[in-house]
Write a protein that binds this ligand. Structure first.
Ligand code: ADP
Ligand code: MG
Length: 715
């Protein structure tokens, strides 16, 4: 290692710079095996946390365990055999003993157990004692090969048979690594003592010892708390620091919304409904933020149908009021088109002051720009943008990335749907010739849990629309496993009542071509059979634009009864007369998607229903469908989704760099996310903070990658 002579404890960076081959007993072969599980440095090794801990103080003997009781016993394999059951499932049986008695372990569909448990193997098994034909047995017990390790608590590492790594190899290496760190200088601990004390967190040496070499399960719990906190703190430090830096360095536009005589108020007056309380509150939050000289970076969370569009348009108009322009970006072209229709409708009749025009008023100018916009239309848009005659431009991300020239871009709304990353947001910075940056409002299509928002969008302020407009009738959701005829009868009944229905075809992730084929097939099948005689339209990703538009127009106008579609209708489609949503093969869809789809109905005053069709193919799918039936609250569903999918997906979609979450779970550790956020805000202060904590800044740099480091270290 280079640089200053080390003082204080050993830092994570030093550990990251030490190859595992520096440890005794790591030769080429073991190094290769370790590399296969991602362990190359001593830090990697120390961060390779046990999967479980066996509390051997709770070990029982075979004769102590009563039938029906769960317990853990240390046994030796006497004999192992495998065969197939009558219904062709593989069955491995291991006869084991511990000196006090014998027992048979049975494993269904795990043929590899035969290799794992050759005669003479010692293993700790955990399971429920059963009796089967006069013999004691445990079915599918948890098995840990512990070797001859002693100690009251034994750490069990994720082992990799293919890499040839056993849990006890890792145990021995980790033990040595900790011993050697403690022998030199101990662990450096860059987290201020005050923070540790406030949250009653143990020191880092105790944390590493406690997670790898605990004496009691209490030590494991304490260690986990500390390490979880560290992971979450690093992420929050990066996010909070970034946020503060943005605010300090950026020059925004102070937007005055014009008060009661202004454009925003005029817009609200023109609406044929009053704003909900939540809309009023959130619009006020946004306008106050936009009035500040620093650019707004805000996340708007709201459930499907909570009326985010009206809020978004209010923000855009606050910019237009002062002679600036607004951009509204959607993730897909279909959505951009939908938004254009919707926004143009909302703004019809609204006028803006214009010194150049004859009567000093002109209609608010709105245009759509997508890949399909013709060259001539593009030129007109460019002219109008430069001339300031166009106020709001709607389109896909291409709006920003293709260098469309605004005269003065004052506000940007991004309808995110998890597809718009930090990089794209950066593309917005310094758009304007005078160096000012637009205010940015990011909208999620469906809610995400608070702690996830705090982590994934932690560099944004958050506004929440927690109220639906009045007059919505609840949607009845049913899960129909095998009675498709009842589903089509329900659709026919809705149509007979003068309503309309959607039928969403099975999702086929791998191939659009297959998905289109399946949609066409479903369409034919329904037309020829269950929905014969009804006016049915078809919409999928390969329908040409003109036809797509025509189909949507017909459906909106009520000239089609049923729209058979793929998920192209997932977001934004707004036809209040549609009262039935049928999702075929619903088990294939994620919760957010199902919730979005269901959000297409229940938009009018008639009772709506959602029919989720088909078997659950996995336990998770069953949970998803049950949750959908149980609640229509998007925030509650978001929590269920997080429980089921874990944070990986949410984090992964957003940014690759933030993969420091090894122990922490946004789900299990919700309160620690908040504690870490609070601590990070304190530590960063108003921007100079991390310079007072170089050790922490360096860890963030080390563990969260280069992008984050840039933000942390420059200022
Ligand atoms: P989402 O939050 O899902 O984007 P939208 O903005 O599309 O919701 O609004 C859903 C529907 O609710 C639209 O038809 C819209 O006109 C209507 N709406 C919005 N705000 C109100 C309100 N305050 N009162 C009644 N209807 C409203
Ligand atoms: Mg919407």
């Amino acid at each position: 290692m280079s640089g200053d002579p080390p003082e204080g404890g050993v830092t994570l960076r030093e550990l990251a710079g030490r190859p595992v081959t520096d440890l005794h007993g790591v030769g080429d072969k073991k190094a290769t095996a370790l590399a296969k599980v991602g362990v190359e440095s001593v830090l990697d090794l120390l961060s390779y946390y046990p999967r479980r801990w066996l509390d051997r103080t709770r070990e029982a003997t075979i004769d102590e365990l009563a039938v029906g009781e769960e317990g853990m016993v240390l046994v030796r394999v006497v004999r192992v055999s495998s065969r197939r059951t009558r219904n062709r499932r593989s069955l491995v049986e291991a006869r084991v003993t511990d000196g006090t008695g014998s027992l048979t372990l049975t494993f269904f569909n795990q043929p590899w157990r035969e290799r794992q448990l050759p005669e003479g193997t010692e293993a700790v098994v955990f399971g429920r004692m059963d009796r089967y034909r006069d013999r004691l047995q445990m079915a599918n017990p948890v098995v840990d090969l512990v070797g001859d390790r002693t100690g009251r608590i034994v750490a069990v590492y994720p082992q990799s048979e293919s890499a040839g790594l056993a849990s006890w190899d890792l145990d021995a290496l980790v033990g040595e690594a900790i011993r050697r760190v403690m022998k030199v200088r101990g662990f450096d601990d860059p987290v201020p003592a005050g923070v540790l004390a406030r949250h009653r967190l143990t020191d880092r040496a105790a944390a590493y010892r406690g997670i790898h070499r605990p004496e009691t399960m209490h030590e494991v719990a304490e260690a986990r708390r500390r390490l979880v906190f560290d992971e979450l703190l690093r992420i929050q430090l990066a996010l909070v620091h970034r946020k503060v830096q943005l605010e300090r360095s950026a020059q925004g536009i102070p937007h005055e919304d014009g008060g009661p005589g202004g454009l925003v108020a005029a817009f609200h007056d023109l609406l044929d409904f009053p704003l909900t309380g939540a809309q009023q509150r959130v619009v006020a939050e946004i306008l106050a933020d936009m009035a500040r000289p620093t650019p707004m970076h805000r996340l708007l969370q709201g459930d499907v149908g909570s009326g985010k569009t009206v809020v978004a348009v209010s923000a855009l108009l606050a910019a237009v009021q002062g002679g600036h322009q607004g951009a509204f970006m959607a993730p897909t072209e279909v959505l951009a088109e939908q938004h254009h229709l919707g926004v143009a409708g909302l703004l019809a009749g609204l006028e803006v002051g214009d010194d150049d025009s004859l009567f000093q008023r002109r209609p608010v100018g709105v245009a759509l720009l997508t890949n399909r916009t013709t060259a001539a239309e593009r030129r007109r848009i460019a002219d109008d943008l430069a001339g300031g005659r166009l106020d709001i431009l709607i389109g896909t991300h291409a709006l920003i990335q293709e260098g469309v020239e605004f005269r003065s871009l004052g506000a940007v709304v991004i309808d995110e749907q998890h597809r718009f990353g930090v990089e794209q947001r950066d593309a917005l910075r310094r758009r304007n010739p005078d160096g000012t940056e637009p205010d940015v409002l990011v909208m999620t299509a469906t809610p995400i849990p608070r702690t996830a928002a705090m982590t994934v969008y932690g560099d944004l302020d958050v506004s929440v629309l927690d109220e639906l407009p009045p007059g919505r009738t609840p949607i009845r959701t049913e899960w129909v496993v095998d009675d498709e005829e009842a589903v089509w009868a329900a659709v026919r009944a809705e149509v007979a009542d003068g309503h309309q229905a959607y039928v969403v075809c099975p999702l086929i992730d791998e191939s659009e071509a297959l998905e289109v084929a399946s949609a066409e097939e479903t369409f034919e099948r329904l037309l020829d059979g269950p929905l014969a005689g009804l006016r049915v339209g078809l919409l999928h990703g390969r329908v040409g634009p003109a036809e797509k538009e025509e189909t949507m127009r017909l459906f909106r106008a009520g000239a089609l009864d049923v729209l058979v579609a793929t998920t192209v209708i997932e977001v934004g489609v707004d036809v209040p007369n549609a009262t039935a949503m049928v999702v075929l093969d619903a088990a294939r869809f994620g919760i957010a998607q199902l919730h979005q789809l269901r959000g297409r109905v229940g938009r009018g005053t008639a009772v709506s229903r959602c029919l989720l069709v088909g078997e659950a193919t996995t336990p998770d799918a069953e949970e998803r469908l049950r949750a959908m039936v149980r609640t229509t609250d998007g925030f509650e569903l978001a929590e269920v989704d997080l429980d089921l999918r874990g944070e990986g997906t949410i984090m992964g979609e957003r940014q690759k760099g933030r993969n420091d979450l090894r122990l922490a779970s946004l789900r299990r550790d919700r309160e620690w996310v908040e504690a870490a956020r609070e601590a990070a805000v304190d530590l960063v202060g108003d921007g100079d903070g991390l310079h007072a904590h170089p050790g922490l800044a360096d860890e963030v740099d080390l563990l969260l990658g280069d992008d984050e480091a840039d933000w942390l270290l420059k200022s």
